[in-house]
Design a protein around this ligand. Sequence first.
Ligand SMILES: [Fe+2]
Ligand SMILES: [Fe+2]
Length: 369
Amino acid sequence: MKRAGVFGGSFDPVHTGHLLLAEQMAEEAGLDEVIFIPAFRSPFKLASDPAEGEHRLRMLELAVSSEPKFRVSDIELRRGGASYTSDTLDGLAAEGGHGELFFIMGSDSLLGLDRWYRADHLLKEYSFLVGLRKGDDEEEVRKKHAELLGRFPGARIRLLEIPELEISSSDLRLRHQAGRSLRYAVPDAVLEYIDASGLYTGLLEKLERFAEERQNPHRLAHTRGVVEYAEKYALKFGADPFKAKAAAWFHDNYKEAGALEHGPKAAEELQRLFGISDPDILNAVRYHTTGRPGMSLLEICVKMADLLEPGRSYPEAQELREMVDASDDPQRCMYELIMRANDSLYAKGKVPAKISLDAVEYFRSKYGY
Ligand SMILES: [Fe+2]
Ligand SMILES: [Fe+2]
């Protein structure tokens, strides 16, 4: 009987890591075909394109066009809404002609497989290929594997050690937004499609429009200053200027959440509304008010910009700008700035947030200031 792998995902965009995984799974498990299935996603993100499902499908078709054993199915896109794996596999089985169906998944999914919708049915009717990755807790995975085989007699679940390329679609989207190359990370035909269709562009413009809608003129002027200075400091100290600007546009969009809460709230919304999952950007937004121990160079640049943008007019602002301009030690500058901010809070009879005090301690002990 024919053997077909079923490989689901967002594929936004499909990349070389996906293709390599499919190829190696096919080889290891003796699959005659691998069916790539882009998942339907509800169009809730502001950054998303209404035709985004079509784009993901088209990119997959281009990516697999030169490999006869790879094909693409729009079964989940056509159905719309969230699809249960059980419905997808039943749908493919009903199409006929695929033979035995092997669902391809990561070991993280295996750990929860018995809680999936219609797990009994799935484990009775279909086979599973589980990719074991380097960072996985192999003992835990093997234990779960044995447990499932015990509880579901006759289940066909195979663990495969497959070396995986560490490419992530969300990193690729961000790289393209920042005007950086995706060459060799995605097939050439996909790259051409991305360029021709204008996918993954215009994030900073969207963030700017969003800030314009949410912020009053006074705050917006501050935000524009922070964007300008975040880029300036990123270029000076060697952080990513694109990420610095993205974080700066968003950092004060939720001021109404409160002095200490608006950073974390903004980070949450940036991820939810714009699909940004880059931890460095999110942390630069999350900790812009307080700083934190172990803050990254990007976090430092954004926080510095927030304190020193041209609209800041507290007495020592100009002196501090000059200190940063003359320095080649961003950690030291950040230490001074947080320390002074804490001192000025004490002077007003307030107590700084614990995390800000910890940040000062961190710089002191790590760098010996
Ligand atoms: Fe803020
Ligand atoms: Fe701010």
